[in-house]
Structure formats: C-alpha cells, structure tokens
Design a binder for this molecule. Structure first.
Ligand SMILES: NC(=O)c1ccc[n+]([C@@H]2O[C@H](COP(=O)([O-])OP(=O)(O)OC[C@H]3O[C@@H](n4cnc5c(N)ncnc54)[C@H](O)[C@@H]3O)[C@@H](O)[C@H]2O)c1
Length: 261
C-alpha cells in the first residue's frame, strides 16, 4: 500500500495563475509538501522561498510550451501541472456578450488549459498529474455567465477528454470546481453582489478560503490519488449539491401534516 502521506517531496510542479488567490494558496501548499514549484503568470507575485517565476500569458501557446519546456530542461522532469490561470467576467448575459469578451475568455480559460494539457502530456513521464481549475458555474446555470460559465463548462469537459487520451501514458487529469472563494478576483470588486449571493445560496453559508481549495489540489497531486482520473471534485460549500442554506427555503406547503393540494 502507498504510505506517502500526501508528500510531494521532490515533485516538480508548475502552477499557472500562481501569483494570486487560489493559485498562490496551491503554491504555498505544494511547497510545504516538498514540491519544487514554478509559477507561470502574467504578473509576478510574492512567493515562498525557492519558488521560480516565469512571466507569460497562458492564452499564448508559445508561453505555456516555453515555461513547461524550461522547467523540464532545468529540473530534468515534470510531474505536476496545475492549469489554474483564469479570468472571471461574470454579470454578462447573452444580450450583452460581445465577440471580444467571448474570444478573450475562451483564449485564457479554455485555450490556456488545452495548451497546458498538450505540453504537459508531451513532457511528463508515467505518474504525471494534470490538474485544472473549473468552477461551480461550469456545472450549473448562473445568471450572467454567458462567457465565463460557458468557458468553465468547457474546462470540465476538456478534463474528461484529456483523462482518456492520456491514460495510456499513465498521466492523470482531474478538475477542481471551487464555489465562491475569497480571492482578489471576488473581494476586489467594490460591493460585489456575488458575496452576499454566495453567503445565502451556499449551504455552508459562507465563502470558501483559497487554502480550502488548495487542499483538494494537494490531494489530487499526491501519490494517494493514483486511481483518480477524469474526476470533477467540487470544493464549494455544497452549492453544486443544489439549493441553498436550509433556513432560507420557501415556507412548507404542508400544514398540520396535510398537503395543501
Ligand atoms: N475566486 C473564485 O470564487 C473562483 C471560483 C471558481 C473558480 N475560480 C477559478 O480559480 C482560478 C483562480 O482564480 P482566483 O479567484 O484565484 O483569481 P485571481 O484573480 O486572484 O488570480 C488569478 C491569477 O491568474 C493570473 N492570470 C490571469 N490571466 C492570465 C493569463 N492570461 N496568463 C497568465 N496568468 C493569468 C492573474 O495574474 C492572477 O495571478 C481561475 O481559473 C478562476 O476562474 C475562482
């Protein structure tokens, strides 16, 4: 039986979008578990000692390929790639969506993940782990998600397609779908209505913390997750389970034990 206790000792990892929010929490968690981590991001961040940084845009295939090639050349191996970089344009329905917004959202959120899968698959040995950041909005309809939620639904399906394609190479591909998480993308919007919405609609009644999402990535990156592939793991306070906090449901239509029918 495996006895690694979720160690990532000497695992060579790349985390896209690792300069902020969920990505940064993944970087911290991977480093604490022993991994050698490189961040690919369009902006530099503040990292634990030993983390390398490559500036690049995941919507450009050459940036993704260059970063992954560089890490493999330097470290001699590539074990874990987290395709996490994303933009989150919510509040846009089909009546207002534009071609530019659709193209940019898909270029970053979908093409960026596809390039990560393509080049990780080329460079990884058996036992490699590819992890993608989806979202609960890719699993269920939300208002104003014409560009963003559609892109995250694609990430979920990309995960399944890549899982079956890379299985013969012994590389696993999984997806984590966060709920509403307290990151700069959410808290940086003044009076963001998504916060109050999430507090009411999420069964656990609060936003998630980036560290709570990073813990799931850590598990999926570990040796213990060897038989998981094509999985979609929700870390969302129960929002994808359906409905909302139980204390906010409509009044019952049963009175005195009788249906009002
Ligand atoms: N925060 C949430 O509530 C939430 C919920 C579900 C899913 N997500 C997903 O989690 C991921 C991380 O989101 P976050 O909330 O931590 O956001 P964030 O804005 O805090 O961090 C995103 C990081 O990605 C980088 N990035 C963006 N576009 C890039 C590009 N084209 N190339 C390289 N780097 C780029 C940014 O510079 C930033 O460092 C995203 O994929 C997002 O869609 C977030």
């Amino acid at each position: 039986m495996l006895t690694s206790h979720f160690s990532l000792d000497d695992r060579v990892a790349v985390v896209t979008g690792g300069s902020s929010g969920i990505g940064r929490a993944i970087v911290e968690r991977f480093v604490a578990a022993g991994a050698l981590v490189t961040v690919l991001d369009r902006t530099p961040g503040c990292f634990p000692a030993g983390v390398a940084f490559v500036e690049g845009d995941v919507s450009r295939e050459e940036d993704v390929a260059g970063a992954l090639d560089g890490v493999k050349a330097l470290q001699g191996r590539l074990d874990i790639v987290v395709n996490n970089a994303g933009i989150q344009p919510l509040g846009v329905g089909f009546s207002t969506v534009t071609g530019d917004l659709l193209e940019r959202t898909f270029a970053v959120n979908v093409n960026g993940v596809a390039y990560g899968i393509k080049h990780a698959g080329r460079l990884m040995a058996r036992g490699g782990r590819i992890l993608n950041t989806g979202s609960f909005v890719g699993l269920t309809g939300v208002p104003g998600g014409a560009a963003y939620a559609t892109s995250k639904a694609a990430v979920i399906h990309l995960t399944r397609l890549a899982a079956i394609e890379l299985a013969p190479q012994g590389i696993t591909v999984n997806c984590v779908c966060p709920g509403t998480i307290r990151t700069p993308a959410v808290t940086g919007i003044p009076d963001n209505p998504e916060i109050a919405f999430a507090e009411v609609r999420t069964p656990l009644g609060r936003l998630g913390e980036p560290e709570e999402v990073a813990a799931a990535f850590h598990f999926l990156a570990s040796a213990e997750a060897s038989y998981l592939t094509g999985a979609v793991l929700s870390v969302d306070g129960g929002i994808s389970a359906g409905w909302e906090r139980y204390d906010t449901v409509a009044p019952p239509n049963v009175v005195g034990g009788r249906w009002l029918d």
